[in-house]
Design a protein around this ligand. Structure first.
Ligand SMILES: Cc1ncc(C[n+]2csc(CCOP(=O)(O)OP(=O)(O)O)c2C)c(N)n1
Length: 273
């Protein structure tokens, strides 16, 4: 990937984050931290990895605003659509609806189901003998759900290398730390025992994603990528704190976080060039 490609990813990420922050602010809605956590993962998959025909499943549907913003960034949704977020009669609800929006074929948000959907799609594509890949983004908290492990068994059993599982490993969930609620570590060893090739990356850093992508290409087993992230990244008031899950932004916090997005972009741009 060239410097221009990385710069373009940074620009997309900035637009995506500022757009969904604006959506959350005008809706006075929570889940801000959940979307800031997953923003670069979605940006990289959509603009740095997947082909037009590939699928992306956001299993952690409560970060729907990040997905809607991504779909506005790629032209699937318009800014007029985006303005309806959380309003009466909108399709852009708090969780992605089924079959209303192009690129969102399944409702998600009842946590723990996305990987099963990805597994089914992966097997279907295998049977159809297509090259299509299914990117599934889950949270870490939803790995508490038994259905996630059933899907993992299934993917490994069928060696569905067309399914790529990205885990937003921010170590927080709605009301506490994942390791306190239900211990996942050593997550890499558990996933390996289930038959996955496990990779790790910095879930906010595009060069780290690029390395994981290059390693994925050469694997012969299904890949799970543990993307180490910070929940609420850039929202200084609550970054890395449990409150970034449900609390909406106050006016002054919104101003701060929008400035932080610009500053972060400039910092990363300087590092790049
Ligand atoms: C099956 C199910 N149980 C409970 C919820 C309510 N809920 C919404 S978000 C959340 C926790 C989020 O933590 P995590 O899944 O780790 O997401 P992230 O920290 O990445 O936002 C819960 C319990 C849900 N959406 N689905």
């Amino acid at each position: 990937m060239s410097t221009t490609d990385f710069l373009s990813l940074l620009e997309h990420a900035l637009n995506i984050k500022k757009r969904f922050l604006g959506m959350y602010k005008s809706a006075n809605a929570g889940h801000v931290g959940c979307s800031l956590s997953v923003a670069e993962i979605l940006t990289f998959v959509r603009f740095g990895w997947m082909k037009e025909t590939d699928e992306i499943i956001l299993s952690k549907g409560h970060a729907a605003a990040a997905l809607y913003s991504l779909l506005a960034e790629d032209g699937t949704l318009t800014e007029q659509d985006i303005a309806t977020f959380y309003k009466n009669d909108t399709y852009l609800a708090a969780h992605p609806p089924v079959n209303k929006i192009k690129r969102i074929p399944f409702a998600t948000g009842s946590l723990g189901h996305g990987l099963s959907i990805a597994a089914g799609l992966g097997l279907a594509q295998r049977l159809k003998k297509t090259e299509k890949k299914i990117f599934c983004v889950t949270s870490d908290g939803e790995i508490n759900e038994g259905s996630t492990w059933e899907a993992a068994l299934f993917i490994a059993h069928h060696n569905l290398t067309n399914v790529i599982w990205l885990i937003d490993r921010n170590r927080l969930q709605g009301f506490g730390y994942t390791e306190d609620v239900m211990q996942l570590d050593p997550l890499d060893k558990k996933l390996e025992a289930f038959g996955f090739a496990v990779l790790e990356c910095d879930g906010h850093d595009f060069s780290s994603f690029e390395q994981a992508k290059q390693k994925t290409i050469i694997q012969t087993k299904p890949v799970a990528i543990i993307c180490n992230t910070t929940k609420g990244k850039g929202w200084t008031t609550y970054e890395g704190q449990v409150d970034c899950h449900y609390l909406p932004m106050k006016d002054d916090q919104f101003e701060l976080v929008m400035n932080e997005m610009d500053n972060d972009f400039e910092r990363r741009k300087k590092e790049l060039i």
